[in-house]
Design a protein around this ligand. Sequence first.
Ligand SMILES: *Cc1c(COP(=O)(O)O)cnc(C)c1O
Length: 385
Amino acid sequence: MGTSNKYGINTICTHVGEIKDEQFKGAISPLYMSTSYNFDNVDVKRYPRYFNTPNQEALCKKIAALEKMEAGLIFGSGMAAISTTLLAFLKKGDHVILQETLYGGTYNFVVEEFDKFGIEYTFTKSLAIEDFNSEIRNNTKVIFIETPSNPLMKIVDMKAVADLAKNYDIITMIDNTFASPINQTPVDFGIQVVIHSATKYMGGHSDILAGVVAASEEHVQRIWSLAKNLGGSLSDFTVWMLERSLKTMNLRVKRQSKNALKMAKYLENHNLIEKVYYPGLKSHDNYELAKKQMKYFGGMLSFELKEHIDSMDFQRNLNLIKPSMSLAGVESTMLSPSQTSHALLGPEARDEQGIKDGLVRFSVGIEETKDLIEDIEQSLKKVIQ
Ligand SMILES: *Cc1c(COP(=O)(O)O)cnc(C)c1O
C-alpha cells in the first residue's frame, strides 16, 4: 500500500530530503530565505506561497517518507493543513463523517464554517465502526478520524474505517498528531490522507507552529491547488527548524512513549488516582486494537485524581512538570481539559463525554521517570494536607 523506503526510521529522520550544500560543503541543509526566484528559463517557478521553495520541497520528501506516502505538503499550522485538506475534497452538497471526539479546533472549523459552504456533516455517535457505517449517505465524500483521541485516548479501528470507506469510494483522512509517524503509519491500514499538527511531536520542542499532510501524488496535487489560493504556507526559517526537529523525532518519541507507559503504570497503582487512560494499559478499553495498529502507545495519557483532590491545586504544586496548554515537547506538561480544550462544552456535556473536573492530561517528556514520579509525589503530599 504505502511506498517503501530502503532506509530505517532513524536514517529517514536524519537524512531523507536533506539539501546538499554544494557551495560550502556544510553538513546540514542550507536555508534559502528568498521569496523571489528567477522566472526565466527555469523548470519550476518558485514562490513561498506556491509551497515550492527549496527548503519546503526538500522537507516534503522527509514527511512523505515518514508516512510511507508518495508526497507531502507543509503548512503554517496544523489547522491550516486540516482546513485546506478538508475543503480540497468537499464542495457544496457533499457530506463528511467525522468521529465523535476530535481536536477542538477541527470541531470548531466544521461547526462554524461548513454551513457557509453548503457542506453537510455528521459526528458519529461513538467510535464503533457500526456508527460510521450508519452515517453513510449517497453524497458522503470524506471520513475524518483521529486516533488516539484527546483527552481520553480512545482508539479508532483504522483498517475497519478504511475498508468501509473503500466500498463507497469515500476518501479517508486521519489526524495522526497524537501518535506521530513513529507510533503508527495509517497508510499501512488503508487510510489515504494523513495530517499532523507539526506543532506537536514533529516539532517536539514547543517552539514551532506548523502542519503537514502526506498522501498520494494525486491527492497532494489536489490539496496543493487549493492551498496556493488559501495561502497557508510556512516560513522557510520554520521549515528549516522543523527539518532539524525531525532528525531526533524517533529518539524523542520512543523515549516519551516508554516514559508514558512507565508513568501510566505508576499512576494506575496509586491510591490517590481514580483512573488512568492510556492505550498501553491492559485496563484500557481498546488495548487489543491499540496493540494491533500502534508500535508504541504514545507519550500522551490522562488520569483522574480521587474526588477529594483539587486538580488545579495539584498542578500548581508541581515543580518540574509544567502546567501548559500544548503538548508533545521534550518537557513534561499537564493540563485540565475542563479548564482548556473542553471549557466551552459546559459541565453537562463534559459529563456525557466522561471528562471530569479531576481529569488531568499528561504529556510525558523525555526526563527521568524517577524525577517525574518524585514531583507528582511531593505535590500530592502538599494537596492532601
Ligand atoms: C494541536 C492540534 C491540532 C492543531 O494544530 P495547530 O498547529 O495548533 O494548528 C490539530 N489536531 C491535534 C490532534 C492537535 O493536537
